[in-house]
Structures are given as C-alpha cells and as structure tokens.
Design a protein around this ligand. Structure first.
Ligand code: SF4
Ligand code: SF4
Length: 381
C-alpha cells in the first residue's frame, strides 16, 4: 500500500466509524508518515478501526448472500484463515510513475528506483535538494509521498530559497573557485563526462572548442581537477600544490614514528572524526587528517605524494554508496585507490599501505576503529 492510499483509508474509516459503522484495514505494510499520519493512525485505532497485518499471499474475495467475503491469512495465526463479510471493499490504487520521470531524473541528476520513481536515497540531497543547483518544479514524483510529505517538501524548498536570497537586495554570484587553463586543455572531455553536477560545458571558440565551468552550478567537489590528465583544472579552494604541501606536512614522522595520512571527505568522514571526539573516542596519534571537499578530489598523484614524503600509510575516506553528495565522487576515489594499490604492489610495496573506506557522518566509532586498525597494521610492519 502506498502512503497516499494509507492516509485516505484511515481518513475514510475514521469518518465511517464516527457515523456508527465498523471498518478494518488489511495490510502487509502500513506506511504511516509524519506526526500527523501517526496521530490519524492512533485516532483510528482508538475509534475502533481494526488493523490486521496479513501474510504476503493476496486475500481471496467472493460474494456470499449479496455481501463480499474476504479470506486472508492473518500474520499472527496464519494457520487459521481469517474471514470477513463486508458491505463495501476498497482496494488501494496502483500508483505508477509518469512518463516524463526518466527525463526529469536526468535533468536533476537524481536516480530512479526500480519502479521508476524519483527516490531520495541520497541523504545529502533528500528530500528537496539535488545534485544540480537551481530551482526545479517537479511536482510530486516520489512514490511514497502523501499530502503531508508534499507540504513538508514545499516548506523545505521555501527555506532553501530563502537561504539563498540576500538580506539586502542583491544576489552575489559565487566566486570563481574551479577554473580551466584553456591553453593546457586538450578537449579530451574527461572532466565533462565526470562532473556529477552538470557544471562543465564545451563551448565553441572560433574554429576550436574549449571547456568552461559554470560557477553557479559547480559544487567545488574537485573530481574534475583530480581527473584532468593535463592538470588544466585548478581547484582554487584546495590546489594540487596545497594538497601536496598538506600531505608533506602530514607525512612527517610523529615522535619518530611514521604517520598515517588520511584524506577525509568533509561531507562525511571529517564530521565522523568530530563525532568520535565528542564521544570521547581517541583517534590514533599517527592519523593525520586532511580535510578535502570530496574524496573524489584525491588522485593517485596525491596518494603517491604522501607515500613519497614518507607516510607509513594512506587512507582515503569517502561516503557510502548512494550517499555521496557528488554522486560518484566516492566511487572515483575508490577506483583511484585501487589503482594506486596495484601500482605500489608492482613496486614491491605492501598494497595495504593504501586503503579506501566509506564512512558516514554518524560513524565516529567505526572511523576510530578503522584508523586504529590501519595504524596498528602500519606499526607492525
Ligand atoms: S579533462 Fe582537462 S584536458 Fe580534458 S577537457 Fe577537461 S580540462 Fe581539458
Ligand atoms: S569541481 Fe565538481 S562540480 Fe565543479 S566543475 Fe569540477 S566536477 Fe563539476
């Protein structure tokens, strides 16, 4: 049953029972949503509406003496089929995605679920943000959204918009942070293919083409800067030179022991490290955390720089699948880590000196455990 049908069924039954009738809901899952939904559900139960969870087998319907007999298997006593004689039977409607959802999903860079609905599984974007900057009016395209859900989404959207509106009259455009050196660019289109936020475009310039980055669309994840084979893209917030310098400092021995250089995504792992601190958990002293906008900002070169500078190990911390704000930034980081592991193995080094882990912002304890294990393994070598 979908949320919207559940809400309608509960409302109708409260009304019916209020007029002296009786009513039951047979369900496999009862999608009660939000405070108002829970309150209506409780109200219905108190009013005497019966909620019966049935097993997955569909109920059987037949007509008996002019009434409808419903036979279903109650989840509590499945061996004793439940029979109800009812005057009126209301079945949930079938909700299907509209035709345009696939195109819409492409435009706002949100995945579709198995049934073709836009789904808010990415915790950084749900329920109203997407991997595209801008204001998109999409209507109600989540399968499991009812009126209350839509109202909440509308309120969240308004607060987003108010957040970008200036206190005094003028909207200041974001400063140019990620830039392309057109003279270095060979138009390989790697950056255009990889940018998860649709911020890169190819523009014609006379007889040639060149890549341009839209400051208003860019999330400054740095995936493009890490991937450009010509190093034609500069991330002004965290340049390659700054990353190398940070890795060099972090790789300096601590109390005579090698360190663990940790490139941590600011969207998840850095917050997990803060959380570990708040929980009173100590991260290993060897772990030197470098805050990066997205794990996808880190290339093989940055990892190798840290090893060459003397780090005992390198850990890249990205986000869990489907939770990366930049959609595939974490996957890109994992692939680059795997490639670096393979490279250092051919050089005779232990590949486990380079590791990738995915961490959510609320996994401080797990982060502490991962870093503890990596530091101990490094110290055992
Ligand atoms: S990846 Fe680099 S070289 Fe390739 S198109 Fe983008 S800026 Fe140009
Ligand atoms: S920094 Fe990220 S969002 Fe910005 S252009 Fe590069 S890949 Fe796209």
């Amino acid at each position: 049953m979908h949320k919207i049908d559940a809400r309608r069924a509960i409302d109708a039954l409260i009304d019916h029972v209020g007029k002296g009738g009786r009513g039951s809901v047979l369900y496999q899952n009862m999608p009660v949503f939000g405070r108002r939904g829970q309150a209506r559900y409780d109200e219905a139960r108190l009013a005497g509406v019966q909620f019966i969870r049935v097993v997955a087998e569909p109920p059987v319907f037949c007509v008996e003496d002019g009434r409808i007999r419903v036979t279903a298997l109650d989840e509590v006593l499945p061996e004793r089929p439940l029979g109800l004689l009812v005057d009126r039977l209301v079945l949930p409607g079938s909700v299907r995605p509209a035709e345009g959802y696939t195109r819409l999903a492409r435009i706002i860079a949100q995945p579709l679920d198995d049934e073709g609905f836009l789904q808010p599984s990415n915790v950084r974007h749900a329920p109203t943000a997407t991997a595209r900057k801008g204001v998109f009016f999409c209507g109600r395209c989540h399968e499991d959204t009812d009126d209350e859900g839509s109202e909440l989404e509308a309120e969240a959207l308004v607060s987003h918009v108010l957040g970008v509106l200036p206190a005094e009259g003028t909207i200041r455009l974001p400063e140019e942070v990620v830039t392309v050196d057109v003279a270095r660019c060979v138009s390989c289109l790697t950056c255009l293919r990889l940018c998860p936020h649709g911020a890169i475009a190819m523009r014609e310039q006379g007889m040639s083409h060149s890549v341009t980055i839209s400051d208003t669309a860019c999330f400054e994840c740095g995936i493009c800067a890490a991937a450009c084979p010509r190093q034609a893209i500069t991330h002004g917030g965290l340049t390659n030179e700054q990353l190398t310098a940070a890795a060099n400092v972090a790789a300096e021995p601590f109390l005579g022991k090698p360190t663990l250089v940790v490139f941590a995504c600011s969207q998840g792992a850095v917050q997990a490290a803060d959380g570990a601190g708040r929980m009173g958990l100590e991260l290993p002293a060897e772990a030197m955390i470098i805050d990066v906008p997205c794990a996808g900002r880190i290339s093989e070169v940055h990892i190798m720089d840290a090893l060459v500078a003397g780090a005992g190990g390198v850990v890249v911390l990205g986000c869990h699948a489907h939770n990366c704000r930049s959609l595939h930034g974490s996957d890109a980081a994992q692939h680059r880590t795997e490639r670096t592991r393979a490279s250092i193995e051919t050089l005779g080094m232990d590949p486990d000196r380079v590791q990738f882990h995915s961490i959510a912002a609320n996994e401080g304890a797990r982060l502490a455990h991962i870093l503890e294990r990596a530091a101990s393994a490094m110290n055992e070598e």
